[in-house]
Ligand binder design. Structure first.
Ligand SMILES: [Zn+2]
Length: 85
């Protein structure tokens, strides 16, 4: 069984486990918040939702929307990655 190296999103490490239904987990050690996900993409979305927009994001400058000058809401693809499924 191969295990992928842990990936890191927004400074939070995503661990992969050999457990059906809960293969990925992450823990925000500063707050003790944690989550489990079926896919790495889902874990990334959970972390993005937990942390909110990235203040250092080059796409949205921390607004969380790609085109924040418009009233139409479009989530920043960098801060809130789409479900790739
Ligand atoms: Zn962004």
């Amino acid at each position: 069984m191969d295990f992928l190296a842990p990936s890191i999103h927004r400074g939070i490490t995503i661990h992969e486990h050999d457990v059906p239904g809960a293969r990925f987990s992450w823990t925000h050690e500063e707050t003790g918040s944690a989550g489990i996900a079926r896919t790495a993409e889902e874990a990334i979305r959970q972390i993005s939702g937990f942390l909110g927009p990235d203040p250092a994001c080059r796409l949205c400058q921390g607004h969380g929307t790609e085109d924040w000058a418009l009233l139409a809401y479009a989530s920043c693809a960098n801060c809130f990655p789409e479900d790739g499924a």
